[in-house]
Design a protein around this ligand. Structure first.
Ligand code: KG4
Ligand code: ZN
Length: 352
């Protein structure tokens, strides 16, 4: 089956066409992403109203380009999938409404995809892994550990109590005037810095559990910077290196505990840790996670970075996984700003 996937929940306008074969293997036929970075840059963050307007302005052309690159007509599709939440509601509405119109006009099934589920299932498209596995989702909007037992079978084991990890990178970059996106800028600076110069806090790390907290760390970075202002280039590099060392330690300690819990909960399953979300691009965090899995005899799966950040292929794939199980949605499906992965209606959704 071939599906169109539409992603408009944040600042990427994206459409992709993915094929899922009967044996469960997936192939990306086209994957078109248009970032709105330039539109939002003057404001220092994503402006929801601007994002929604940009999605309206570009989505049709991006869908047409995806179809052209995949060399198929929209009439050849077996289903239309779009992110139905969680995300910025204006943008989600643009993508979901477009998907409904296409599904109605073409007479194809509609699948409303949970954006977090799309991130969670991507490793099955890229690496063909089976269930269950442990997911660490670290993006600009989310920082979660999720037990993935199957399509729709998710248990959230930990989440951030305040800022997401990518958001913390972005805020540190902003306060050091490093520009957007912040994560790559901080990582670049950190390479030339001394990670031991500033002793920054590791919030929550002495406590049990799998939750994160990053806002106190961000404040500690601000205070450290203010105490030595004006900053030299070396100061900036040292602050970035110290910050990255702190978050790497937090994430790896938590990942080790999460993996141990996975092995206890699913003793018969091969232990697999999947990382998704834009922060998966960070090499220091990646190296830390590699050590954790090596120590525990587990496997680390990180999809290619363009598929870790927001894209349409992950939405098309999640739609295909749902459709293969006979699930689709009615046209009454609503766009949602909030939609936790472990909510009751994630288990099974059938066309009304
Ligand atoms: O998944 P994503 O593209 O968008 C969503 O938030 O859904 O993730 C973007 C986030 C941003 O906060 C960005 O700063 C962060 O991922 N990021 C990084 C790196 N590359 C992107 N954070 C740390 N190190 C990186 N190399
Ligand atoms: Zn995302």
């Amino acid at each position: 089956m071939r599906l169109l996937g539409i992603e408009t929940s944040c600042d990427e306008t994206a459409a992709a066409i993915v094929r899922r074969d009967g044996d469960g293997r997936g192939t990306i036929l086209a994957n078109v992403v248009r970032s709105q970075l330039a539109e939002h840059a003057p404001y220092g963050g994503v402006v929801p109203e601007l994002a929604a307007r940009a999605h309206v302005g570009h989505l049709d052309a991006i869908i047409a380009r995806a179809a052209a690159e995949a060399e198929i007509g929209l009439g050849d599709l077996d289903g239309i999938a779009a992110t139905a939440g969680p995300g910025l509601i204006g943008g989600v509405l643009v993508g979901l409404t477009t998907a409904k119109a296409l599904a109605a006009a073409l007479g194809k099934p509609l699948i409303g995809v949970n954006h977090l589920e799309a991130h969670a299932l991507t490793a099955r498209l890229t690496d063909g892994i089976g269930f269950p596995y442990l997911l660490l989702l670290v993006s600009g909007g989310h920082s979660q550990f999720v037990l993935v037992d199957g399509v729709g079978a998710y248990q959230r084991w930990g989440t951030t109590l305040d800022d997401a990890l990518g958001e913390a990178f972005d805020k540190v970059a902003k306060l050091l005037d490093l520009g957007a996106p912040g994560g790559p800028a901080v990582e670049r600076q950190a390479r030339a810095g001394d990670p031991a110069r500033f002793r920054l806090p590791r919030p929550l790390l002495r406590q049990e559990g799998l939750d994160f907290s990053f806002s106190g760390l961000k404040t500690a970075v601000r205070l450290a910077a203010e105490a030595i202002a004006p900053l030299t280039a070396q100061d900036v590099a040292d602050i970035c290196a110290s910050f990255q060392a702190a978050v790497t330690e937090i994430v790896t300690v938590r990942a080790a505990a999460a993996l141990a819990r996975f092995r206890e909960a699913r003793p018969e399953a091969p232990p697999i840790l999947v990382v998704a979300g834009g922060v998966a691009a960070n090499q220091a965090i990646g190296a830390g996670l590699q050590q954790v899995v090596a120590q525990q005899g587990a496997r680390l799966v990180v999809p290619p970075i363009p598929l870790c950040t927001d894209n349409g292929a992950m939405v098309a794939w999640a739609g295909a996984e749902r459709l293969a199980l006979g699930q689709s949605d009615g046209f009454a499906l609503a766009a949602r700003a909030r939609w936790p992965l472990d909510s009751a209606d994630m288990r099974r959704r059938d066309a009304a």
